[in-house]
Ligand binder design. Sequence first.
Ligand code: G3I
Length: 343
Amino acid sequence: MLTGALALSACGPGAKSQTVPADLPPLKTMAPFRIGTCVQALHLDDPALAGLVARQVSQLTPEWEMKMEYIVQPDGSFRFDAPDRIAAFARAHGMGLLGHTLVWYAQAPPAFQALDESRIKFVDAYRNYILAVAGRYRGQVVGWDVVNEAVAEDGNGWRDSLWSQKLGAFEHIALAYRTAREADPQAVLLLNDYNLEYNPRKRATFLKLAERLLSSGAPLTGLGTQMHVAADIEPSKIREMMRDLASLGLPIHVSELDISLSEAENKLLSRSDLQRRQAAVYGETAQAFMALPERQRFAFTLWGLRDRDSWLRKAHPTDAPAPFDDAGRPKLGAAALVEAFRG
Ligand code: G3I
């Protein structure tokens, strides 16, 4: 109860920011669903971080080494050393593995761009890639982000990419799900995107794409909402998004949650105001997820446990978006997550 009281008092309007007990229960012990984080292979060489990951989470998402940018070599060969290490770590610690991601508009390696189509049809190279990667981790992954960020930034249609140009705007997406299912009969096959809380138009287009995939018979079996948000986000936006995403009845993955201080729109808020808002938003997001029917709570993944490992630090060196600080100590956000998962 102390943790609960502390988390609540620390988030109150007049509360001073307070430290959080170092013995805060591990996140994965408090949630009735998998708690995840992204990792890189090099993180596993850091005993402090590897220990924090093992203690706190029950699912891993390779942050970049299961993507084409890592796997596909200039000569078209594939390398799997790093994703294999992450998969082995997950297996050794009894964790789920979330495959991220098979097809992304943002990554079209030179080997695909320069494909000699007199030797192999583009569609066969595309299928071969998905069959090879999803087949390699069959029985190890709990799910795949089969297609990542298919919807246009402004929500007006779908993104243009090498894949859509070569194989069709809708067909390249549907084919990816059919091929992933061919490779792995069990994995949950997710459609993943971002700004679904901030942009109702993008959310509507995302849901229409999901419905079209379902009606075409594509084996879409989950929806991922990345949730790269700012500390001053209006909590109602999170609740509205969760409600809309749940409307299809599919499992929902909060897939990449981080809560930036630096990207807050309200520049009048002090850092300690933003830290308190950040903790409240962690709590509100967890509560909105907890409110989903149990069968629709796929997993709740943080995009990094410690501030120092966040991708956001590249753009904002002083940002502190994670639930644990640079030293791996729990912040108010971690206490708010525990409080919300405690229900
Ligand atoms: O570690 C290598 C380093 O050894 C090498 O010298 C350097 C040279 O380029 O690359 C380093 O790897 C970089 C890696 O991040 C680790 O920092 C990759 O180039 C870089 O592309 C990679 O960026 C990742 C990005 O996706 C693109 O894959 C970020 O870590 C990762 O946080 C970001 O995650 C995305 C999700 O997949 C999709 N949703 C948005 C999210 C944030 O952009």
